[in-house]
Design a protein around this ligand. Structure first.
Ligand SMILES: *Cc1c(COP(=O)(O)O)cnc(C)c1O
Length: 363
């Protein structure tokens, strides 16, 4: 399929702060957007890149009522030689296809979407920040557009990719977070959509997060929905524990989002000879581990922060300090390695990097 391109008028470019330390997260959006449409007769069609702007949607569009929506989150990084690259983008495209299948939505052609994404970034290459730690955040999204109020599978969809520059997650260096263990609310249940990146999961998580914030905690640690015992995720990130010399993370049982950072951390740890166990881990094992000193480190993983060390947890009115509230060596090593690969400062033995703008074309 051809991708039609209509460029934004140079006199009507969107606002971007000069100072990259003021970017924040998800505040500014680049000049262009990729879109394509689907219907059951024509399949995917009308692939195009055009100036970023509001969508026109029928108020009855199924996504607005019954939430047939899936999305992804990944980043483009600018290297010090000016080249621009992506980290494991095919994994995001495949995961979005799996999410789509779970919600009875059509899948997209991996090569077409990767081509569209690269073209979009090349057109908006000036939007990719130059400072270390800052990056271009990419949000592929698919929504059900059919106007209908009967609960049904939509016969029509809109797929789009928007991008925007985001600042460094740790402008003042690594900061361990305080997390609140929720035994009142749950995020997802096996057989549900917890392993799917779909909007409803995040809407359902807001109340618990708000209550945790009120109590002074950054994030919620989610337990399994049935026994309220086994650790699942933290906020919108996966979770890891260094137990003595073994790295432990909950197994992917269906209620946990299979993070690409999670998978990368597992591979790096194994490269380094650190044993990794994917298994159920109870909140009691975590707390016993903190008490006995067996639990050396605890950290969350995700595209936004890469590695987010946990310094304190609160469970049933009691607080526990992890690793004296300081960042552990493995957390730091993983962070340095992953960001080193992403910014092209370290070798890429697993072929995780996909070049978008060559150093020779860099400006
Ligand atoms: C996106 C997401 C993650 C992390 O996935 P990455 O691919 O590492 O960014 C973890 N948990 C939830 C609920 C998520 O939405």
């Amino acid at each position: 399929m051809e991708i039609r391109v209509v460029k934004a008028d140079t006199s009507r470019r969107r606002y971007k702060p000069e100072d990259e330390s003021k970017l924040g997260f998800g505040v500014y959006f680049s000049d262009h957007i990729f879109l394509m449409n689907y219907n059951t007769d024509r399949g995917w069609h009308d692939a195009r890149i055009e100036p970023y702007g509001p969508l026109t949607l029928d108020p009855a569009a199924l996504v607005l009522h019954y939430g047939q929506q899936v999305f992804e989150g990944l980043k483009a990084y600018r290297r010090s030689d000016g080249a621009i690259q992506l980290f494991r983008p095919r994994e995001n495209i495949r995961r979005m296809n799996r999410s789509a299948q779970r919600l009875c939505m059509p899948t997209v052609d991996e090569e077409l979407v990767l081509k569209a994404l690269k073209e979009l970034i090349r057109i908006d290459r000036d939007w990719v920040p130059r400072s270390h730690g800052a990056s271009l955040y990419i949000r592929p999204t698919m929504i059900a557009t059919e106007p209908a109020l009967g609960v049904k599978v939509s016969p029509s969809y809109l797929y789009y990719i928007m991008t925007g520059p985001v600042g460094a997650y740790y402008p003042e260096g690594f900061n361990p977070t305080k997390i609140f263990v929720s035994d009142e609310y749950v995020r997802a249940v096996r057989g549900g959509v917890g392993d799917t990146k779909t909007a409803g999961n995040y809407a359902a998580s807001l109340l618990a997060a708000e209550k945790a914030h009120e109590k002074g905690y950054t994030q919620v640690l989610w337990l399994d929905a049935i026994e309220r015992t086994y650790v699942e995720e933290v906020g919108t990130s996966n979770i890891f524990f260094l137990m003595d010399k073994i790295l432990v993370t909950p197994s992917l049982t269906g209620s946990i989002l299979p993070g690409i950072t999670r998978d990368s951390v597992i591979q790096l740890a194994r490269d380094w000879g650190i044993p990794v166990e994917e298994r159920p881990i109870s909140i009691h094992e975590v707390i016993d581990g903190i008490r006995s000193g067996r639990l050396k480190e605890m950290f969350a993983t995700g595209t936004a922060a890469v590695i987010s060390p946990v310094g304190e947890i609160s469970y049933k009115e009691e607080t526990f300090i992890v690793n004296h509230g300081v960042v552990g060596d493995l957390s730091r090593r993983l962070y340095d390695e992953l960001t080193g690969i992403q910014y092209g400062e370290r070798p890429d033995p697993h072929g995780w990097i996909e070049l978008v703008v060559d150093p020779s074309e860099a400006d």
